[in-house]
Each structure stands twice: as C-alpha cells, then as structure tokens.
Design a protein around this ligand. Structure first.
Ligand SMILES: C[S@@+](CC[C@H](N)C(=O)[O-])C[C@H]1O[C@@H](n2cnc3c(N)ncnc32)[C@H](O)[C@@H]1O
Length: 215
C-alpha cells in the first residue's frame, strides 16, 4: 500500500482507506489486510470523490483533523471513508430523505466522528445550532438548484474550502452537459476561486467535481 494522500492508500489500480472499525464493512466493500492493518476498498462507482482521485485529483483537501459538513450524505457510503480519514475531525451529515438517514444513523453509532442531521440543505438555518467550525463542505445533491444550495451553505458557515459534485442532468435534461458545466463554473467563480475540476466519467456519467476555495 502506498499512501497517496493522508489516510488514502493505493495498491495497483485500487484505492483504500484504513478501516476505523476493523472487521466491519459499510457497503459490502472488500476488506484487505496488510502489515497488520485493515483497509477498506474505496469504490469509484459508488463514491464520486474516489472517482476524482483515480482520475488524477491533485489536492485532496480532506485531512485527519478536517471538520466537514456533508450535504446529501445518503446512507453514508462516501462519508464512511471520510470518517476513516478524518480520525481527529468530525463529519456532520445532512440528509433530507428518511430511509437512507435511518441507515446513516446506525453507522454513526459505530463511527463516533460522524453526526447525523435529518434536514433540508436548502435551509442551513435549521441546523446551524448543531454544526460548528467547519473547514470544508462536501456536497453531492442531485437537485436543480444544487449550486444555490452549495453557495448558501458555504456562506452560512463561512467555510474556506468546498467540493461540489455536479450532476448535469439534474440541472437541465435538455442542454448538453458541457454547456451546463460552463454555466455552473461561471456562477461559482462569482464567489469563489476554482482550484480544480474533474470530469467523473466513466465512474459517474455527466458529472464533474469542482474544488473551490474562498479567495
Ligand atoms: C447522489 S445521493 C448521495 C450519495 C452520497 N453522497 C454518497 O456518495 O455516499 C444524493 C442524496 O442527496 C439527498 N438530497 C436531495 N436533496 C437534498 C436536500 N435538499 N437536502 C439534503 N439532502 C438532499 C438525496 O436524498 C440523496 O440521498
């Protein structure tokens, strides 16, 4: 295993995180033992940021002490890998749908660095009493107004860094994805500096990952 970012490992063409809860799988991923440590395989088809890493991401942003606000956490597939990495940090996971949130709550019982929030990310004022000192927002919400939601939360929590997963078809089914991505980038650049953008195909069709920083 070669550590490619703090807490992220690569062997051959696969990436891994060190399992925070040895022996436990989260989404039926492979567990691999090496040098007395257990690693969880990170599936790029199930987790867009894993796809971005495999497609050559330069600056990963998530560190062992990161305090992350995760919008659209679903049942915690990607968040579980963040929880492996941000061992000294915390992940606040916001999800609006009850069914995935139920699974995520269970996962939070095993992983003490994650906190579940059943709420609508359109209304950050509803969870700002729970969320504290965030240094990164990670958003993966396939909604028409996904950019508006992202900017609203970045603003509300005065966050330095953000990662936005954009799904073109959720914004507009009739326009070509390239045109939508250009529009989204222009909108974001009004407020933030874009450090990297990565097309996520073949792992996620018509998606891009945008990495931003407050200038
Ligand atoms: C693509 S899935 C997220 C997958 C997850 N990020 C992962 O990689 O493990 C998008 C999630 O966003 C949630 N969502 C949609 N609109 C939302 C909103 N306004 N606030 C919070 N969550 C929302 C959906 O219920 C869904 O679970």
């Amino acid at each position: 295993m070669k550590e490619i970012f703090p807490g992220v490992y690569r062997r051959d063409k696969k990436i891994f995180t060190k399992n925070l809860v040895p022996g436990k799988k989260v989404y039926n991923e492979k567990l691999v033992r090496e040098g007395g440590k257990e690693y969880r395989s990170w599936n790029p088809y199930r987790s867009k940021i894993a796809g971005a890493i495999l497609k050559g991401l330069k600056n990963f942003l998530i560190k062992p002490e990161s305090r992350i606000l995760y919008l659209g956490v679903a049942n915690g597939t990607t968040a579980s890998h963040f929880s492996d990495i941000a061992k000294k940090g915390i992940i606040f996971g916001v999800e609006t749908s009850f069914k995935p949130m139920k699974k995520f709550v269970k996962l939070c019982e095993e992983r003490k660095n994650m906190i579940p929030i059943l709420s609508d990310a359109n209304h950050p004022e509803k969870y700002d009493a729970i969320v504290e000192e965030i240094d990164l927002i990670y958003q993966d919400i396939s909604q028409r107004n996904q950019v508006e939601i992202f900017i609203k939360n970045m603003d509300k929590f005065d966050v330095q860094h953000g990662i936005l997963m954009v799904k073109a078809r959720s914004i507009d089914v009739s326009s070509p994805p390239k045109k939508i991505f250009e529009k989204v980038k222009k909108e974001i650049e009004r407020y933030y500096e874009i450090n990297e953008t990565i097309k996520l195909s073949p792992y996620a069709k018509d998606h891009i990952a945008i990495f931003v920083e407050k200038s």
